[in-house]
Ligand binder design. Structure first.
Ligand SMILES: [Zn+2]
Ligand SMILES: [Zn+2]
Length: 246
C-alpha cells in the first residue's frame, strides 16, 4: 500500500512539474514573439524561478498523489466521473465554487504572507522576481507552496466535482498562474476594462501587486480586494509596453 502511495506521489510530482514546464515554456515562447526583449538580461532570475517552481512541484505533487491514489482505490473524495450523478447546472457551479474557495484561501494566506515575519520566512522568494516572468508561476518558498498545495486536495473531500470540471479548474489555475506573471496582458483590452474585468484578476492587476506589495492580493477574483479595500486597480497603462493596445 505504501509503495502504491509513494509511486502515485512521484507520478503526480512529475505531472505537476511537466505541466509547469509546458505552460511556462509556451507562454515564455509567446512572450518572445509578442514582446521581444522583455526578458532580456533576466536569465539568472529565470533560473531561480525555475528552481523554486520545480521544488514547489514536489510539494504540490505529494498531497495530489495521495488523493489520486485514494480516489482510484477507495472511492474516497467527492470526485465523480459520471456527469449524470449531479444536475448539469452543477457542473459550472462546482467550478465557480472551487475557484472562489481557492481565491478566498489565497487572499487571506497571501495577506498573512505580507506580515513582516512571514514575508521574511517565505514570501520574499516570490517577490524576488522583479519583475516576474512566465517562469515565476510556481516560484514559492516551500512553506508558501505547502499552503497552496493543500487547498484542492482538501476541497475534493468537501465539494463534489466532476473529474472533467476538476481538470478545468486545474487548467485555469495553471494558465492564470503563468499569464498573471509574464509581464504583459494577454487578455483583450475590452475584457480587462469591462464590468467583468472589474471582478476578474489578470496580469494588469497582479503586476500592480508585484510593483507595490500592499494591494491587489487576490488570485482569480477581485471580490476580497474590493471588500477589504485593498484593490488599487490595474497597473499603470505604461507597464505593458505597446501601451497603445491597452
Ligand atoms: Zn505573484
Ligand atoms: Zn505578495
Amino acid at each position: 500500500m505504501l509503495t502504491a502511495i509513494i509511486l502515485s506521489a512521484i507520478a503526480m510530482t512529475l505531472i505537476v512539474a511537466l505541466r509547469y514546464l509546458l505552460a511556462s515554456g509556451i507562454f515564455a515562447w509567446a512572450t518572445q514573439k509578442m514582446r521581444p526583449g522583455l526578458y532580456k538580461g533576466m536569465r539568472p532570475q529565470i533560473r531561480q524561478e525555475i528552481r523554486w517552481s520545480l521544488l514547489s512541484a514536489a510539494i504540490y505533487g505529494v498531497p495530489a498523489g495521495v488523493i489520486a491514489w485514494g480516489w482510484n482505490n477507495h472511492g474516497w473524495t467527492q470526485i465523480y466521473s459520471s456527469v449524470s450523478d449531479y444536475p448539469l447546472w452543477y457542473w459550472p457551479l462546482s467550478i465557480f465554487l472551487y475557484l472562489f474557495a481557492h481565491d478566498t484561501w489565497f487572499y487571506w494566506t497571501h495577506r498573512l504572507m505580507h506580515r513582516p515575519k512571514w514575508f521574511r520566512i517565505a514570501h520574499a522568494v516570490h517577490h524576488a522576481s522583479r519583475p516576474p516572468t512566465a517562469w515565476a508561476a510556481m516560484s514559492f518558498h516551500p512553506v508558501e507552496a505547502l499552503t497552496g498545495a493543500i487547498v484542492i486536495p482538501l476541497l475534493v473531500f468537501a465539494i463534489p466535482i466532476h473529474v472533467g470540471a476538476l481538470a478545468l479548474v486545474l487548467t485555469i489555475m495553471t494558465v492564470m498562474g503563468v499569464t498573471n506573471h509574464m509581464g504583459w496582458e494577454v487578455f483583450p483590452c475590452w475584457l480587462v476594462h469591462s464590468r467583468a474585468g472589474y471582478w476578474l484578476i489578470t496580469a494588469s492587476h497582479h503586476q500592480r501587486h508585484h510593483d507595490e506589495y500592499r494591494c491587489n492580493f487576490g488570485l482569480y477574483f477581485r471580490f476580497w480586494d474590493h471588500l477589504c479595500k485593498t484593490d488599487k486597480g490595474l497597473a499603470d497603462a505604461s507597464w505593458d509596453q505597446p501601451a497603445s493596445q491597452h
